[in-house]
Structure formats: C-alpha cells, structure tokens
Design a protein around this ligand. Structure first.
Ligand code: HEC
Length: 112
C-alpha cells in the first residue's frame, strides 16, 4: 500500500513537471499570438508545430534558421499563405520558441 502510494506520487510529479515545463512555452506562444495561426498537432492557418519539428532536425543551425523565420516571417515553405514578420518578439523569445517547436516530434517519439 505504502509502496503504491509512493509510486503514484512519483508518477504525479513526473507528469506535473512535464506539464509545467511545457506550459511556460505554451503561454509564451499564446502571449505572442502564435497560437492564433498555429496548433500543435493540426494544420490551421499555419503548419502544425509537430510537422515543422518533423521536417527540421533538432540542431543549432535549424534553431537559428527558425528564429529568423519567426522574426522576419516566412513565405513558400509550407504553402500559399505567408507568415507575417513577428515584430513583438525578442531574440531570446524567438530562440525559446524555436527550440520548443523543434522538440515536438521528438516528444512524440518519447510518448510525450
Ligand atoms: C498570421 C498567422 C501566423 C502567426 C501569427 C504566426 N504564424 Fe508561424 N506560420 C504561419 C504560416 C502561414 C506559415 C507557413 C509559411 C510558409 O509557407 O513559409 C508559418 C510558418 C511558421 C514556421 C515554419 C517556417 C519554416 O521555414 O518552415 C515556424 C517555425 C513558425 N511559423 C512559428 C511561429 C511562431 C513561433 C509564431 C509566434 C511568435 C508564429 N509562427 C506566428 C502563420 C502564422
């Protein structure tokens, strides 16, 4: 009984840790209006974040590439609709979001 209780607590803390870690980035993405055009796993006005993550490997040059795309906007990579430049975002925020987006397909593999 005691053992079971302990493992439930352990499981809960793992789950909530993950939730909170991702929540901070999700809140940032919402505050910066990304989620008005993007969804995590479905196409909306823009491509889903997990499809972007599946296209680009999670390495530094792609973080830099996506940071620039986020700040300056994007055209022709995914279809006819362009993404406008995001002017309300700092370099650090664009980096945080690029890293967050690039991890989605990996998280899926890890049963995120
Ligand atoms: C007005 C709608 C809109 C908003 C707001 C928006 N996006 Fe986009 N986003 C798009 C569209 C449309 C595309 C596809 C553009 C293309 O085909 O090149 C895109 C593409 C992207 C890409 C992929 C670029 C590539 O070269 O593959 C990333 C990464 C991205 N958006 C992140 C973000 C982030 C982060 C935010 C918030 C700071 C954001 N977007 C806000 C519509 C939007």
């Amino acid at each position: 009984m005691r053992k079971k209780f302990k493992s439930v607590i352990l499981l809960l803390s793992i789950v909530t840790n993950n939730l909170f870690a991702n929540d901070a980035n999700l809140i940032l993405a919402k505050n910066k209006n990304c989620m008005t055009c993007h969804k995590i796993d479905k196409k909306y006005i823009g491509p889903p974040f997990n499809a972007i993550s599946a296209r680009y490997l999670n390495k530094e040059e792609n973080v830099i590439y996506l940071m620039q795309k986020i700040k300056k906007g994007s055209q022709g990579s995914w279809g006819a609709i362009p993404m406008p430049a995001q002017t309300n975002i700092t370099k650090e925020e664009s980096k945080e979001l690029a890293i967050w987006i690039l991890k989605f397909s990996q998280k899926k593999l890890n049963n995120y």
